[in-house]
Ligand binder design. Structure first.
Ligand code: GRF
Length: 194
């Protein structure tokens, strides 16, 4: 049975598109393993919503602005309950999950973080990496708990940053790895759960 997943975004959604590429292509890495039931955003103006719709994927929005974390997540859990989802895939989703959401999907929420979570957690990871003038970094894919990038690590990938001379180049190198690596991790998780 294909896993039923929802992808959670807040902005551009380039990771979401990279995943859709591998779900929607008949010979794609994730094509036989999962189905994207919808894309969710807490930001009504997230650019990625339009990109998802252009790919024929339904979108759902619950605006989070001004909402308390628990009450917002209760609304999400109520929405998700209608769709019998196996996994939630956070891809640039900029909210911290509360216990209400995490407990509803134990070890079933996955996130990508653009740094080694042992070195840097939270927002601004590429900025930090550039400020440190690092010549290499890592991308972390992990399960989501109620902390900020503290959940159990699924895998980490290396990013070579040698020769990068500005933040834009650091981001470009990192995102190129993210776009391949996230789908590889999802493939592994879904296969292990067959
Ligand atoms: C990515 O770097 C992701 O790792 C981080 O936020 C960025 C989102 O990019 N959590 P996009 O929306 O997938 O383009």
């Amino acid at each position: 049975m294909k896993k039923r997943i929802a992808i959670f975004i807040s902005g551009t959604g380039s990771n979401m598109l990279a995943i859709l590429d591998r779900v929607q292509a008949e010979n794609g890495l994730l094509n036989k393993l999962c189905e994207v039931v919808f894309v969710f955003s807490n930001e009504p103006n997230a650019k990625g919503l339009l990109s998802a719709q252009n790919r024929g994927i339904p979108t759902k929005v619950i605006p989070s602005k001004g909402r308390k974390r628990e009450s917002f997540d209760s609304d999400i859990v109520a929405l998700l309950a209608l769709y019998q989802l196996d996994y939630l895939v956070f891809a640039g989703y900029m909210r911290i999950a509360s216990k209400i959401l995490v407990d509803a999907y134990p070890q079933r929420i996955i996130n990508i973080h653009p740094a080694d979570t042992d070195e840097f957690k939270g927002l601004g990871a590429y900025e930090w990496t550039w400020e440190q003038r690092k010549t290499a970094t890592k991308i972390t894919v992990h399960y989501v708990d109620t902390g900020v990038d503290t959940g159990k690590v699924i895998a980490k990938a290396d990013v070579d940053l040698s020769g990068c001379s500005n933040l834009a180049e650091v981001k470009q190198r990192g995102l190129a790895v993210e776009h391949q690596f996230y789908s590889q991790c999802l493939e592994r998780v879904f296969k292990n759960d067959e």
